[in-house]
Design a protein around this ligand. Structure first.
Ligand SMILES: [Zn+2]
Length: 272
């Protein structure tokens, strides 16, 4: 079926196929509008084709999409290898040409890279739980284990991020070490009063996620030209300090320094 431009929905004796162009179109749509669900898209396709929607169409489309994306990732890996980009962090080191391309004999800048970090809840996802509560009155999770791995250093998985849970002290030294040694004296400020006043600067143990969500949002680092550099999911919690620490730990050695970091609760992080 692939020869004719269709992705089979099952490896053996497929009854249906999805056009590569439709899969590509859906991929681009969800990159721009993550709220668009597969079910809504498949229902639209059924309407356009004059076919009654069946729930199996949704899972078949999902299977075809997963296979299509895996093929795309493998093609991208082979392409990068053919171009000699074997450095695992090549994408981060070259994410933004104005920021990361340093000319020979270029005069040193006050700040080699300016980045901003913050979390948002645009990509929050509801947690799947059992309809009926168990003996203790709690609804158990019925989330299926997802064994898929994304081998992209821009995306920090949960295991890597959790290494920074409750480990503020050791990370403090690393964050401090990244501060520009030649920062203008005018930027050195007195201790901020914010940590005692702002709720999002509270202790990590108080940053509970909003009820019902598995991923509560995304934590992202981008440069001043809005090129994404690193990101991770915020999982069943508010904006804990482990997220900025994990993201910064990934970036500090990869970008031209000194690095200026913008963060709306940076005063709290710097005091942690
Ligand atoms: Zn940039």
């Amino acid at each position: 079926m692939a020869q004719f431009g269709f992705m089979a929905t099952s490896p053996d004796n497929p009854a249906y196929g999805i056009s590569f162009r439709v899969l590509q179109y859906f991929h681009h749509l969800t990159n721009r509008c993550p709220q668009l669900s597969i079910q809504v898209f498949v229902k639209t396709l059924c309407y356009m084709c004059g076919t009654a929607f069946r729930s199996t169409y949704r899972s078949q489309f999902s299977n075809a999409l997963d296979t299509y994306l895996e093929i795309q990732r493998r093609i991208e890996t082979r392409l990068q290898t053919a171009l000699g980009r074997t450095d695992r962090f090549w994408n981060i080191r070259h994410a933004c040409i104005p920021c990361t391309y340093v000319l020979q004999n270029e005069p040193p800048l006050t700040f080699g890279t300016e980045i901003a970090i913050d979390g948002n809840n645009s990509l929050a996802r509801m947690k799947r739980v059992a309809k009926e509560p168990n003996e203790s009155g709690e609804r158990e999770s019925i989330e299926r284990t997802d064994s898929r791995r994304i081998d992209d250093p821009m995306y920090l998985d949960r295991g890597l991020v959790d290494q920074f849970e409750g480990d503020l002290k050791s990370k403090k030294s690393k964050t401090k070490a990244a501060e520009p040694v030649s920062a203008p004296a005018a930027m050195e400020t007195a201790p901020s009063p914010c940590p005692e006043r702002w709720k999002n600067l509270a202790d990590d143990s108080k940053k509970k996620g909003k009820g019902g969500f598995s991923e509560t949002g995304l934590f992202l680092a981008s440069c001043r030209h809005e090129a994404a550099l690193a990101f991770c999911d915020m999982v069943e919690s508010g904006e804990k300090f482990k997220y900025p620490f994990a993201v910064l730990n990934q970036l500090l050695d990869l970008l031209p320094g000194p690095i200026l970091i913008g963060y709306d609760i940076g005063c709290g992080v710097s005091e942690s």
